[in-house]
Each structure stands twice: as C-alpha cells, then as structure tokens.
Write a protein that binds this ligand. Structure first.
Ligand SMILES: N[C@@H](CCC(=O)N[C@@H](CS)C(=O)NCC(=O)O)C(=O)O
Length: 182
C-alpha cells in the first residue's frame, strides 16, 4: 500500500517526525524513505525542490500527489486511510476541536523556540541586539507557561489523541529542556 509513497526527510526535524509518526500510526510501512542531511545542504537538491520548491523537508509524495506541508500530509493520510492503523482524529467533537487547536498553536510554540535557539543563525551579526534576545526569551517563557498548563489537562486526554500527544510530548520535553537554559 505504501510502496507508491516517497518521503525525503532529515534528522532533528519535527516536521519530518510528524509525517513519519503518522505513517507508522497508519501502518504504512514500506514507503520509499531517503534521509538527507541539512549540514550538507541536501535539502536544496533538485530531488527535493521538485517536490517542495521551498527546498524544505519533509518532501512527501503519494503517487503523483505532492504534500510538502507536514500537517497537510498527516491529515491527508488520515483521510485516505481512515480505517487502517490507529485513528488520528477523535470522533468526539470537543476532543477533535482541542486537537486542531493544539496542533496549530504548536506551530506558535515551535516558532518561539526557534527564535531563541536559532537567533544567531537567523540574524546577521551586525543586526543582533541583546534586547531582542531578552524579548525572545521572555516571549518563550510566557509561551512555555501556557503549555505547562495544557500538560496538566492533557493527562486526561483519551487514547485516540495518542498520535498528537506523542508529538506534543516531544515539544514538552524540548520546553522543559529550554526551561532549564532560558
Ligand atoms: N511548514 C513546513 C515547514 C517545513 C520546515 O520548516 N522544514 C525545516 C526543517 S524542520 C527545513 O527544511 N528547514 C530548512 C530550510 O528552511 O532551508 C512543514 O511543516 O512541513
């Protein structure tokens, strides 16, 4: 079933993990999987830009259908393989609403993490300011507090949120780690 799927991915990428976790949860093993290396600039190779013109990973293809947005790929897999593997979207309306809410606000958390972790990578040396570093860290602290509150509530989530929780657990671990360094 998964033989007509191709995933180009790189280590350390939450976006790639999302798609990889979704494929496992839907029992879609046997897809063409190719690891590329950011440090070698391989995400800018033609085989990537043919699928994802931004030169970003993941680059995912199912037959002729291109899905280069990780959440798009996850939702599409659930849509195409509803009755296979684990259900990724709860039937309960309140739970599915919460799932979509956390899913997309997780992007805000990740953006704030990236602004702290990769400040020197994103901002040229002559444009860096201590005040911006402090502001980014303060923003992240506020965001992490919000997620710490969610973590308490998420203990009561039902099992069909397992997939989303496994991704959120990664974010929580990262925020706990960042909590120690910021
Ligand atoms: N919205 C995209 C974001 C993909 C993305 O930012 N990928 C990162 C790795 S996590 C990447 O390829 N970065 C290299 C670059 O932007 O040049 C998704 O979720 O799939």
């Amino acid at each position: 079933m998964a033989k007509d799927m191709t995933l180009l991915w790189a280590a350390g990428s939450p976006s790639c993990w999302r798609v990889m976790i979704a494929l496992e949860e839907k029992n879609l093993q046997g897809y063409k999987s190719k690891q590329l290396y950011f440090e070698k600039g391989e995400h800018k190779l033609k085989e990537v830009t043919d699928i994802n013109p931004r030169g970003q990973l993941p680059a995912f293809k199912h037959g002729n259908i291109v899905l280069n947005e990780s959440y798009g790929a996850c939702l599409n897999l659930e849509d195409q393989f509803k009755s296979q593997g684990n259900k990724l979207i709860p039937d309960n309306k309140a739970e599915s609403a919460l799932m979509y809410q956390r899913m997309f606000e997780g992007l805000t958390l990740f953006q704030k993490i990236a602004q702290v972790l990769f400040y020197n990578l994103f901002v040229p040396e002559n444009e860096r300011h201590d005040s911006a570093v402090k502001r980014n860290r303060d923003n992240l602290k506020t965001e992490v507090k919000l997620w710490e509150g969610y973590l308490q509530v998420s203990k009561t989530f039902s099992r069909n949120l397992l997939f989303w929780n496994s991704y959120l657990n990664f974010l929580f671990s990262l925020t706990v780690y960042l909590g120690m360094v910021i």
